[in-house]
Design a protein around this ligand. Structure first.
Ligand code: ZN
Length: 247
């Protein structure tokens, strides 16, 4: 599957089985007339609607990537690396996911490149190691690991854009970021279904090659509906609480 990178692209990530959040984000993307959507992985894990979220991504033919929660939910490998709350949610997701969706998630690649963009869930250096890009030092190291103009990442659920100029690198956390052809970027698109930057609103990014800009969108969604579904699924109450806190 290829996509047209000469038009606007919506980049979403870390849905984490949060159906009301996913619906809200997709509606916003549709309302803006953006036809191309890509997902950076972690469709499932933590949240109460893994089957519904997988079904939507598949129906809409949205290319996605392997996320650490997708991976562990399908094979339970290295589940001991997760804390108890996450572990219980992973086991619940594993037994709840329909076999067809497990097969679909198993096929996910770790990297997708659509020139001049590259997409990876965690970090471009070692995509399968699930390392975080959190510091400027991490960013500096990771700029060496891809050749494209912009690398979009997810994983930490904390939106930012790091720009590499000829002289140095700088971090932007503003809503609109002008793009410069001569510089390079690592962009964390934030999380649709479990934001962790103390802003509980869903986050995604619009890449606009005509305007030469990135735009971070933040959207309120029905958190209470997700919290109710978490309760009904018997998942840990902390997973509901953290959504309203954005942590
Ligand atoms: Zn995640």
């Amino acid at each position: 599957m290829t996509i047209d990178t000469s038009k606007k692209i919506a980049i979403i990530s870390d849905i984490h089985a949060n159906l009301p959040a996913l619906r809200t984000v997709l509606e916003d993307i549709d309302n803006r007339g953006i036809e191309t959507i890509v997902c950076l992985g972690d469709i499932v894990g933590y949240g109460p609607n893994p089957n519904e979220c997988c079904a939507i991504i598949r129906e809409r033919n949205i290319p996605s990537l392997m996320g650490n929660h997708d991976k562990v939910a399908i094979d339970l490998e290295k589940i001991e690396y997760f804390n108890e709350i996450a572990r219980n949610a992973i086991l619940w997701t594993n037994k709840t996911l329909e076999p067809d969706h497990i097969a679909y998630l198993s096929e996910m690649p770790y990297v997708r490149t659509y020139e001049p963009l590259t997409l990876v869930h965690a970090s471009p250096c070692k995509p399968k190691d699930w390392n975080y890009v959190l510091t400027m030092g991490d960013a500096r190291t990771n700029f060496e690991c891809f050749d494209q103009w912009i690398c979009f990442i997810g994983h930490s659920h904390q939106p930012f854009a790091v720009e590499q100029t000829e002289q140095d690198i700088e971090c932007h956390t503003v809503e609109n970021i002008p793009l410069n052809k001569n510089n390079r970027y690592i962009v964390n698109v934030g999380s649709v279904g479990q934001p962790r930057d103390r802003d509980p609103r869903s986050c995604y990014v619009v890449y606009d090659p005509d305007e030469m800009s990135l735009h971070f969108r933040r959207l309120e969604y029905d958190i209470k509906e997700t919290q109710q579904a978490i309760k009904e699924a018997g998942l840990d109450a902390n997973l509901a609480l953290r959504l309203e806190r954005g942590v």
